[in-house]
Design a protein around this ligand. Sequence first.
Ligand code: 5GP
Length: 137
Amino acid sequence: MPETIFSKILSGEIPCHKVYEDARVLAFLDINPLAFGHTLVIPKEPAPTMDALSEESAAALGAVLPRLCRAVMEVSGCRHYNLLQNNGAPAHQAVFHVHFHIIPKPSSDEGLGIGWPAGSLEDGAALAERLRNALGA
Ligand code: 5GP
């Protein structure tokens, strides 16, 4: 996989404000925070997007995310937050190394703003079946 800012942070070539580290995961402060306490959580595995990540790294991320969210809540003083994970440039991914954002939501007009152009579900049974088939279930 090509080098990214985050692989350079993992190798120590670029500094970061580290919040947490274990054998598979690193968490550090976002350099351009959307809100006070905005934290990034990345696997050490160099996967560009979530669909390319191993189950081991995904499990390690999942295991530590609730604890990191609680720490961000405590220090930011925010009861509300968004957990954001972008995949692909049109989906607002800028750094092609899997990462979760933990973004405190201090008020309705601070933190992450989300456009949510909801439609209505058409033929959900067929769609769910296609997805089950894609999963091999
Ligand atoms: P994305 O849009 O890919 O989901 O988010 C990438 C995030 O990485 C952005 O929020 C951006 O501020 C953050 N970021 C980019 N470069 C650096 C850096 O060098 N150090 C840190 N700590 N964060 C960075």
